[in-house]
Each structure stands twice: as structure tokens, then as C-alpha cells.
Design a binder for this molecule. Structure first.
Ligand SMILES: [Zn+2]
Length: 239
């Protein structure tokens, strides 16, 4: 997901995602491309680059915070309250607590995304459930979700269009962001999963999505890439 293509110093529009270090032709300053913890590609100043790098190093594995997730779906919740009652099979007078409401809202939203081939948004919604699961100490489930996001990122989930038959998978392979790899490592550690078991788990999870969403990269192929990236990130963490 590209967040900005503008020079953070002078506002010059590069009109593309810049290489990791690029000199701005308009102001002469060096700008840097980084990926934020939640997977957004940004063009930033040197200072901001250092901040993002430090954030990755610190590896906060519960991010975004649960309250941010609630906030993001709040509008959705209000809008679809009737529907949420329907999904939950609750009568109009019954109280719905925040947690069941947020789960119902996300579930509903995910179904919509799949129907419309908005796999990029679907991926984001799936990713949003991780902090909720971690908060409830559902580590095993959180790990599966985390791995599914890794696989969708590798397959480059994007927003297609079912009516126009525009594919929801980009042709070029995507990258698995450090944040989710870090998260996977920490959760696997929490439930006592070895590196080999984690890689095996990735294969199982990606096979499910491969079949369900007709993802383009064969799970065995993706697994190779995943294991390499995992080693890289593991090295970074233990450094
Ligand atoms: Zn500039």
C-alpha cells in the first residue's frame, strides 16, 4: 500500500515509490523509502527513517493496539448495527457487547471484501483481528491469522473488481513485511513452536487461502520465500 510519493522536505511529487535512498531533484535532499510496521510504503526524511528503523528493532509485536481497531470499525459498527444484530441472531432489544459487535463487524466486512474482490482491504481486516486475538490470549489462532497475512502479502493482495474482472492479485510478487514476521516469531515462541514447525504451519495456512481465494503463488514456493525472510528477521531481532 503506497501512502505517499511526495518529498517530505519540499513536496515534490516523485509519482512513484522511490528506491530505498533517493536524491530529490527539486530540493537536493535525500529521501528514504521505508515500510511502516503496518505495511505502508512511505517516503520519509532521514530523521523519520531512523525512527521507523528503531520501531522495527524494538519489535512491538502487539500493534496496532486493540483500541485502534475498535476505533477503525466504529463507523462501520454504527452503520451496520441492524445487520450486526442479524448476524448475531439477536432480537432488537438485546444488548450487544463491544467485543461481539467488533467481531461481527469485521466478519461482515471481510465477507463484503471477498464478494467484491477487495482482497487488499480483506487482508487489512484480517490483520486487524490479530491484536484482538492476542488480547484474549488466543495465541494459536493469532499465529494462523498472522501467517495468512504474510501469505497474502507475498501474493500481493490488492483491490480488484469483480464486475470488471480485474484481478485482486497483482502480477508482481509482494513482500512479507517485517512486522508480521516479527509477530509470528514472538507468538511461535509464546506457544513453544520451533522454527520448522512454524514453517510447516505457514504451509498449512497458505494452502487454505490458496484454495479459498485462488491466490497465485503455490504454497510450497511461498514457503521457501517465507523461511528465508523469517531467518533474516530472526537475525535482526537477535542482533
Ligand atoms: Zn524535495
Amino acid at each position: 500500500m503506497i501512502e505517499t510519493t511526495h518529498c517530505p522536505y519540499c513536496g515534490n511529487d516523485f509519482k512513484r515509490v522511490v528506491k530505498s535512498k533517493t536524491k530529490c531533484k527539486q530540493c537536493g535532499d535525500f529521501v528514504y523509502k521505508r515500510t511502516t510496521l503496518d505495511g505502508k510504503h512511505v517516503v520519509v526524511t532521514e530523521k523519520e527513517r531512523d525512527r521507523i528503523d528503531a520501531e522495527h528493532k524494538k519489535a512491538p509485536w502487539i500493534s496496532p493496539k486493540t483500541k485502534d481497531v475498535y476505533h477503525r470499525y466504529f463507523v462501520l459498527l454504527e452503520y451496520n448495527k441492524k445487520r450486526i444484530r442479524k448476524i448475531l441472531k439477536k432480537p432488537f432489544w438485546a444488548k450487544i457487547n463491544d467485543k461481539e459487535a467488533i467481531w461481527a463487524a469485521i466478519k461482515h466486512y471481510k465477507t463484503q471484501c471477498i464478494k467484491e474482490w477487495h482482497y487488499g482491504l480483506y487482508r487489512n481486516a484480517v490483520s486487524d483481528t490479530i491484536p484482538l486475538l492476542l488480547e484474549d490470549k488466543k495465541f494459536s489462532k493469532a499465529l494462523d491469522v498472522c501467517l495468512s497475512v504474510c501469505y497474502m502479502d507475498h501474493c500481493n493482495a490488492s483491490n480488484g473488481n469483480i464486475k470488471a474482472q480485474l484481478s485482486p492479485w497483482l502480477k508482481k510478487n509482494g513482500e512479507i513485511v517485517t512486522h508480521h514476521l516479527t509477530q509470528a516469531i514472538y507468538i511461535a515462541d509464546e506457544i513453544g513452536l520451533s522454527y520448522e514447525e512454524l514453517i510447516h504451519r505457514y504451509r498449512d495456512v497458505s494452502e487454505g487461502i490458496w484454495l479459498k481465494l485462488k491466490a497465485p503463488i503455490e504454497p510450497a514456493k511461498s514457503q521457501e520465500h517465507f523461511s528465508q525472510r523469517l531467518l533474516e528477521v530472526k537475525k535482526e531481532i537477535t542482533q
